[in-house]
Write a protein that binds this ligand. Structure first.
Ligand code: 2P0
Length: 333
C-alpha cells in the first residue's frame, strides 16, 4: 500500500480539557492505568487540544510533535500501539498536537491531549470505536483523558475487572440544562516538576490519609451525583471545594510532600471565600498545579474574573463555559 491509511493527511481531532469536581488520585492498576477512585468532572470549552495522526508507510519511528517541538512520550507510543494492534496495522505514525493553553501546569493538558489522540489515531487507522471504547483507550494514556471524551458533566468509573475494561467515563448531564462558568486564575506558566502519575504513586505508598481517601470517595461521588441531578449549585460547589482540599491534604502528607500551591494560589483561594462572604456563589477547585479554578454562574463570571485578576500573584485569568466531547475535525481532508 502506497498511501497512508486514512488518507494522505490522516485524521485530526479536537478534545477539551476537563476539571474534576470530585478528584481522581491513585491507581488500582498502574500498568493498565486504572483509577483507584471514581471521579466527576466538567469539560471546559476554552481549553482544547488539536491532534492530527497520520500513519505513514516507510516512516521508521513514531514521531510526536507537541506544540511544534519534537517530543518523546512512551504514553503516546503506548496508545498508538494499542490502535495499531486493533487495526492490524504496522505503519509508524506522525502525531502533531497543539494546546491552546499552558502545557503541564495543572490545566489538564494530558486529559485533552490523550482524548484527542485516541479519537484521531483510531480514525486515522480506519477504526470506528464507540465512545466507551474511546474512553477506555484514552484512559490508557491518562486517567483524566477518559473523561474528556464527553462534554458537560461526566463521571469516571473505577470498574472492578482486572483487565480494566469496565473503567470508563460516562456522561452524567449535558451542558444545556445547567450552564456553568469556570474562571481559571493562572498563577504560574511553568510546567510542574512532579507528574501526577509519580505524585499519586507516592501518595498511595506514603500518605497515612490514602486509605481514608479511597474509603470516602464513594460517598463524595454519590453526593455530587445528587447535587447535579437537582442542579444544586451551592451543594456542588461546597463538595468540589471539599474534594479539592481533601486531595491537597493527601498531597501535603505524602513523603516527599507534594506542594503544588504558590502564594498566588492561596491568595486566589481567599479571594473566592471573600466573594462568597459578599453573597456571590463562587467556589474553587485546584488540581496538580498552582492554578485556581473558580466555579460560578455565567452571570457572575465577569465579576469573579475581575476580583481574581486583581489578586496578588494572579498573572491572568481565562473564563470558560462548559464544553463538548471530543470530535473529529473534517478528517481526511
Ligand atoms: C483529576 N488529576 O481528577 C485529578 C485531580 C490531578 C488532580 O487526573 O497518571 O494526568 O495520567 O492517569 O490523569 C491528573 O492525573 O494522571 C488528574 P495519569 P492524570 O483531574
Amino acid at each position: 500500500m502506497d498511501t497512508p491509511v486514512g488518507g494522505p493527511t490522516g485524521a485530526a481531532a479536537r478534545a477539551h480539557s476537563n476539571i474534576a469536581l470530585i478528584k481522581y488520585w491513585g491507581k488500582r492498576d498502574e500498568a493498565l492505568n486504572v483509577p483507584a477512585v471514581g471521579s466527576i468532572s466538567i469539560t471546559l470549552d476554552a481549553l482544547s487540544t488539536d491532534t492530527r495522526v497520520t500513519f505513514v508507510p516507510g516512516l521508521r519511528h513514531d514521531e510526536f510533535w507537541l506544540n511544534d517541538q519534537r517530543t518523546q512520550s512512551k504514553r503516546v507510543l503506548g496508545v498508538l500501539n494499542l490502535v495499531r494492534e486493533r487495526a492490524g496495522l504496522s505503519f509508524r505514525a506522525r502525531v502533531t498536537s497543539t494546546n491552546n493553553f499552558p502545557t503541564g501546569a495543572g490545566l489538564a493538558s494530558s486529559a485533552s491531549g490523550f482524548a484527542a489522540l485516541a479519537v484521531a489515531a483510531s480514525a486515522a487507522a480506519g477504526l470506528t470505536p464507540s465512545t466507551r471504547e474511546l474512553s477506555i483507550l484514552a484512559r490508557r494514556g491518562s486517567g483524566s483523558a477518559a473523561r474528556s471524551i464527553y462534554g458537560g458533566y461526566v463521571e469516571m468509573h473505577t470498574g472492578t475487572r482486572p483487565d480494566g475494561m469496565d473503567a470508563f467515563a460516562e456522561p452524567v448531564l449535558d451542558t444545556d440544562p445547567w450552564p456553568l462558568s469556570v474562571v481559571v486564575a493562572i498563577t504560574s506558566h511553568t510546567a510542574k516538576t512532579v507528574s501526577s502519575t509519580l505524585g499519586m504513586a507516592g501518595s498511595r505508598a506514603t500518605s497515612p490519609f490514602y486509605p481514608a481517601w479511597v474509603d470516602t470517595a464513594k460517598n463524595d461521588l454519590a453526593d455530587m451525583r445528587a447535587a447535579i441531578a437537582t442542579l444544586d449549585f451551592p451543594r456542588l460547589g461546597e463538595l468540589a471545594e471539599y474534594s479539592c482540599l481533601k486531595l491537597h491534604a493527601l498531597m501535603l502528607t505524602s513523603r516527599p510532600p507534594l506542594i503544588y500551591w504558590n502564594a498566588g494560589t492561596v491568595a486566589a483561594m481567599h479571594t473566592v471565600h471573600e466573594l462568597r462572604q459578599q453573597g456571590i456563589a463562587v467556589y474553587f477547585t485546584i488540581d496538580a498545579g498552582p492554578q485556581v479554578k473558580a466555579l460560578c454562574a455565567p452571570a457572575d463570571a465577569a465579576l469573579v474574573a475581575r476580583a481574581l485578576a486583581e489578586t496578588p500573584g494572579v498573572q491572568e485569568t481565562r473564563t470558560s463555559a462548559l464544553g463538548p466531547g471530543a470530535y473529529l475535525m473534517g478528517a481526511q481532508e
